[in-house]
Design a binder for this molecule. Structure first.
Ligand SMILES: [Zn+2]
Length: 419
C-alpha cells in the first residue's frame, strides 16, 4: 500500500533532480519526508498526500509536521505558506529527521552541537556508574565511554564527519580529565597524549570511510547509491569532495574507482597523523616543557593501567602535566616572579618545581633513598646517570615506584604545611 504512495508521488515528477532521477519522497518506518525545489510543487505533493491519506483513512499529525527551506546562507527564506488540508504547516529553521537535527543551511553545526551536549550528559551518567564499581580500571572505563558516550557524539557522522565543530573535543577531554583526576586548566596535549585515545575528529573520519565502503558496495538501483554517484559529479560542494579532503588531511591515497578502503589501515594512518599533530602542538606549549622531556611517544602510559587509587593516579598525572600545586604552579596565581618561587620545605634555596620535588628536596630524602635503592636493584647503571637523566629515566621506566614516592612525598608536604 505504502509503496503505491511512493510510486504515485514519484510519478507527479515534482522532486529534486538527482542524475536522471527525481527524488520526491523518503520513507523510514512511519516517517515521511517530501522533497521539492519549489514551494508550489511541494504544495502539490502535500495535496496528493492528503487525498491519499483520506482515501486510506490515515491521519497525519500536523503538529509534528514541519517545513524546512534548505538553502544557501545568502538566500532569503521563502514566505509561501504551505498547507496540509486547511492547516498551515509551520516553517522551522531545523528539523529532527531520524534522530539528527538538520538545519536550514545544512552546515550541521546545530545538529552536532546537540549531539555533543547529549553525549556529555551520557558521560555524566557513565562517570556516576563508574564511581560505584569496585576495582574497575581503565579498560572498563574505556569500554563504557566507547559504548555509551561515543556512539552518541558520532551519530550520523558518516555524513557530517568532515565538519569542524569547535566543541568537538569537549566530551573527550572531560572523560580524560575525570579518569586522570585533573583540574580543568590542565594543558590538553598532556592528558590526550597520556590516555592515547583516538580523537573525535579521526573517529568521525573513520565513520565517513565506513559509509564510503558501504556506498561502493550498493546495487546501482539503490537510491543512496544513485545519490552517491550524482553527488560525486557535482561541480560545487559535495559530500564526496569533503571525503577527498579528509583523505588529504591525513595523507591517505585516494582509492581507485569503486575500491574499498581497508578500515584498519585507515585507523593506523589516523593514529600516526594524530601523533605528528600532537607532537607539533606540544612543542608550542611552554607549560609542558618538562613533560616533553620524558613523554616522547603518543599513547597510553603504563601508570594509567595500574590498579591504583584515584588519588595516586591524580597526583601522578598532575605531576606529569605540571599542574600539581607546587610553588612553581601556585606562584602563577599571585604573580610571584618565577625566580622567587623558592621551596619552603628545605634550605637549598631552589625553585620548587617537579625536578626539585622528585630529585633534590631534602624534605623527602628518606623517601628518595628508599626509591633509589629499589631502582638501583633493577637498573645497576642508574647511579651513574646525571640527575637530569635520572629524572627522565624514572618518569619513563619506573612509574609504579614514582606513583608511590609522589603520594608519600605529597602527603609529607601537606603535613609540613600544617605543622
Ligand atoms: Zn625543597
Amino acid at each position: 500500500m505504502i509503496n503505491d504512495l511512493v510510486k504515485e508521488i514519484n510519478e507527479l515528477n515534482m522532486g529534486v533532480d538527482c542524475g536522471s532521477d527525481k527524488v520526491s519522497i523518503l520513507l523510514y518506518a512511519d516517517d515521511i519526508a517530501l522533497i521539492s525545489d519549489d514551494s508550489e510543487k511541494l504544495q502539490k505533493l502535500l495535496n496528493y498526500m492528503k487525498s491519499w491519506c483520506t482515501k486510506w483513512r490515515m491521519k497525519v499529525n500536523v503538529k509534528k509536521t514541519n517545513v524546512v527551506h534548505f538553502r544557501k546562507k545568502r538566500k532569503i527564506l521563502c514566505k509561501h505558506k504551505l498547507l496540509y488540508g486547511n492547516e498551515i504547516i509551520d516553517c522551522v529553521p531545523n528539523f529532527r529527521y531520524l534522530g539528527f537535527f538538520f538545519d536550514e543551511h545544512l552546515d550541521f553545526m546545530f545538529g552536532t552541537d546537540l549531539l555533543i551536549d547529549s553525549s556529555n550528559r551520557a558521560l555524566g551518567s557513565v562517570i556516576s556508574k563508574f564511581k560505584m564499581l569496585k576495582d574497575a580500571g581503565f579498560n572498563t572505563f574505556t569500554k563504557m565511554v566507547d559504548n555509551c558516550v561515543n556512539p552518541i557524539s558520532e551519530y550520523f557522522s558518516g555524513i557530517w564527519g568532515y565538519v569542524h565543530n569547535k566543541k568537538i573535543n569537549k566530551v573527550h577531554n572531560r572523560a580524560c580529565r575525570y579518569y586522570l583526576g585533573l583540574p580543568p586548566k590542565t594543558p590538553i596535549y598532556g592528558f590526550q597524549g597520556d590516555i592515547g585515545w583516538l580523537l573525535p575528529k579521526y573517529r568521525n573520519y573513520c565513520n565517513m570511510v565506513r559509509l564510503y565502503n558501504r556506498l561502493i558496495k550498493k546495487e546501482n538501483e539503490c537510491l543512496v547509491r544513485k545519490i552517491f554517484l550524482w553527488d560525486k559529479e557535482q561541480p560545487g560542494k559535495s559530500w564526496y569532495k569533503e571525503f577527498l579532503c579528509i583523505l588529504e588531511d591525513i595523507d591517505y591515497p585516494v582509492p581507485d574507482n569503486n575500491k574499498y578502503i581497508d578500515i584498519n589501515n585507515f585507523i593506523d594512518k589516523c593514529r600516526s597523523h594524530q601523533y605528528y599533530e600532537w607532537k607539533t602542538l606540544l612543542i608550542s606549549k611552554p607549560k609542558l616543557r618538562t613533560y616533553m622531556k620524558f613523554k616522547t611517544q603518543f599513547g597510553c602510559e603504563p601508570y594509567i593501567y595500574l590498579n591504583i587509587s584515584k588519588s595516586h593516579r591524580s597526583v601522578m598525572s598532575q605531576f606529569r602535566m605540571g599542574v600539581l600545586p607546587l610553588y612553581i604552579e601556585t606562584g602563577r596565581y599571585d604573580r610571584t616572579p618565577v625566580e622567587k618561587r623558592i621551596c619552603q620545605f628545605c634550605s637549598l634555596n631552589r625553585i620548587e618545581d617537579e625536578f626539585h620535588f622528585l630529585i633534590e628536596c631534602c624534605a623527602y630524602n628518606y623517601l628518595r633513598t628508599n626509591l633509589y635503592q629499589k631502582i638501583d636493584s633493577i637498573d645497576t647503571y642508574f647511579k651513574d646517570l646525571s640527575v637530569e637523566d635520572r629524572f627522565v629515566h624514572m618518569m619513563k621506566h619506573h612509574q609504579i615506584l614514582i606513583v608511590n614516592y609522589l603520594l608519600d612525598a605529597w602527603t609529607a608536604r601537606k603535613n609540613l604545611i600544617y605543622e
